[in-house]
Design a protein around this ligand. Structure first.
Ligand SMILES: [Ca+2]
Length: 503
């Protein structure tokens, strides 16, 4: 009898799953490094709701943003494409409409989902006004540029300003109301909330600041300028080395504000889960939490993000599926996952086919296979900013290989870190004969990613010269002469909509 009851139960569950499509909530913080969250081992930042989400879901410990800056990374998330394929970044141009047509929220709406977006979208569509986004969603509360911490200054959430003057909890309240509308629609829903926090200017909600008042914090082992002297000369020409010095100049005060901002996002996550329960939607709603890039936070003496090192390029990723078998709840995966995987994963949850040949992978198989992998290696790009600070890298669970092409007054540089053992990237093994085999394997992987740029690059966004610039075998003198003789970068004519895009 017991087994019959179990079979009946499974049959009912099966029929529910086959007829009822998952609701999806995609929660996105801004500039949150992987180490700034409790469930990733940080016992200084208070994130009880995110920790609970991870305890009930799956936590990904090697999650990278393939371009570690807002504008490009957000387009990677929406389209599932690498930056050189969607073409949207500073100095490279705005997003062409053909790409947003194939983005996850637009495809889900076409498939019958009720869709909503709130917060910072971080880019604009080529040749279109910012307002063009509104027609792509059923409910739109997105804001241009960086948006504001003061709720009242964001049109989409201003009505919550009296009760929630700081935007993070206001987004929570907005999402609770969205859930009511979604339920009333009778459709499955996909909600995307892009928080402003913890992006600069560090302006937390006073409710959260109080929790960190007068506290001191322990910097990571690779904190400070002296811990970055072994890194490439090129990395030291990045704006990460020259600007955004808060973390280096005053670690305690900066950490207190940054952590308070993250605690505010955490509170909103709690509000959204409460809303799901109130509307009886929690049993069929998958929640994904991640960030658009990391933050260097004074590691190696760097501020900002952009660089390919762990702190700037890695973010937390938690996927909570309430239907997950009990044995898998609270597990973690060290698979290499990426911002480009979000679209493929969300579309798979909805049972909607992903566009052919996108770069991202569906991560759902990893939820019940913590030892699984979805790729061997992942490329990381920084094709923006000072030429000397541009880099391309490949990463695996064990290794990271970085190539810096620039050679004026410095040597083109290779870096090889055993990130599996040296997570703080304190020893560059590229010149160590004992690691020649690993170096060659990572070089081969890098070369394959570089070749892919040549064959798949989006035309007209200024990426055509990158296969030459990042070719390991072409000497700098030849690159320099080609750069001198080449016409101005086509991207120079297309600076992007500075007033509305955001880094
Ligand atoms: Ca960002």
């Amino acid at each position: 009898m017991k087994s019959l009851a179990l079979l009946l139960f499974l049959a009912v569950c099966g029929s529910v799953r086959s007829t009822e499509r998952s609701n999806i909530i995609f929660l996105f913080s801004d500039d949150q490094t992987a180490r700034a969250i409790g469930c990733y081992g940080n016992n200084e930042v208070l994130t009880p709701n995110l920790d609970k989400l991870a305890a009930e879901g799956v936590r990904f410990t090697n999650h990278y943003n393939t371009t570690a800056i807002c504008m490009a990374s957000r387009c990677c998330v929406l389209t599932g494409l690498y930056e050189y394929r969607h073409g949207c970044n500073f100095e490279h141009g705005d997003l062409e409409r053909r790409f947003i047509r194939e983005s996850y929220p637009v495809l889900l709406r076409k498939a019958g989902y009720f869709t909503g977006f709130a917060g910072k979208i971080g880019f604009v569509l080529q040749g279109e006004k910012f307002e063009a986004f509104a027609s792509l969603f059923d409910v739109w509360a997105g804001g241009p540029g960086q948006t504001y911490y003061e709720t009242a200054r964001n049109e989409g959430i201003a009505m919550y300003a009296d009760k929630y003057p700081h935007c993070s909890r206001a987004y929570g309240a907005w999402a609770q109301d969205f859930l009511k509308s979604a339920k009333a629609s009778g459709q499955p829903f996909c909600l995307s909330v892009s928080f402003k926090a913890p992006h600069l200017p560090f302006t937390p909600d006073p409710i959260d600041s109080k929790l960190y008042e007068g506290k001191t914090f322990k910097p990571p082992p690779n904190y400070g300028v002296a811990k970055g002297l072994h890194l490439s000369a090129q990395a030291h020409t990045s704006r990460a080395a020259t600007a955004y010095r808060e973390w280096v100049n005053d670690y305690d005060d900066t950490a207190a504000k940054y952590y308070a901002l993250i605690t505010g996002v955490d509170a909103a996550v709690g509000m959204i889960r409460e809303g799901l329960k109130r509307e009886s939607l929690e049993a069929n709603t998958v929640i994904i939490f991640t960030s658009d890039n990391g933050y260097n936070s004074g590691s190696h003496g760097f501020g900002d993000k952009v660089l390919p090192y762990e702190e700037g390029s890695m973010s937390p990723l938690i996927i909570y599926d309430p239907r997950l078998p009990e044995k898998d709840a609270g597990s973690s995966s060290d698979a290499i996952t990426a911002n480009v995987d979000m679209a493929a994963t969300i579309l798979a949850l909805a049972g909607v086919a992903a566009p052919e040949d996108i770069d991202g992978k569906n991560l759902l198989p990893l939820l019940t296979d913590p030892k699984g992998q979805v790729r061997e290696a992942l490329p990381l790009f920084n094709f923006w900013g000072a030429k000397s600070a541009q880099s391309m890298a490949v990463v695996t669970p064990e290794w990271k290989y970085i190539f810096w092409f620039y050679g004026e007054g410095m040597k083109p540089t290779e870096e090889l870190f055993n990130v599996g053992r040296d997570e703080y990237e304190m020893t560059n093994l590229a010149g160590d004969p004992g690691y020649r085999e690993s170096l060659n394997a990572m070089r081969a992987s890098y070369d394959a990613e570089l070749a892919a740029i040549k064959s798949k690059v989006v035309k007209g966004h200024g990426y055509e010269r990158y296969p030459m610039l990042f070719d390991r075998t072409i000497p700098w003198t030849e690159k320099a002469s080609r750069l001198r003789s080449s016409k101005p970068n086509p991207a120079g004519r297309r600076k992007g909509n500075k007033g509305k895009a955001a880094n």
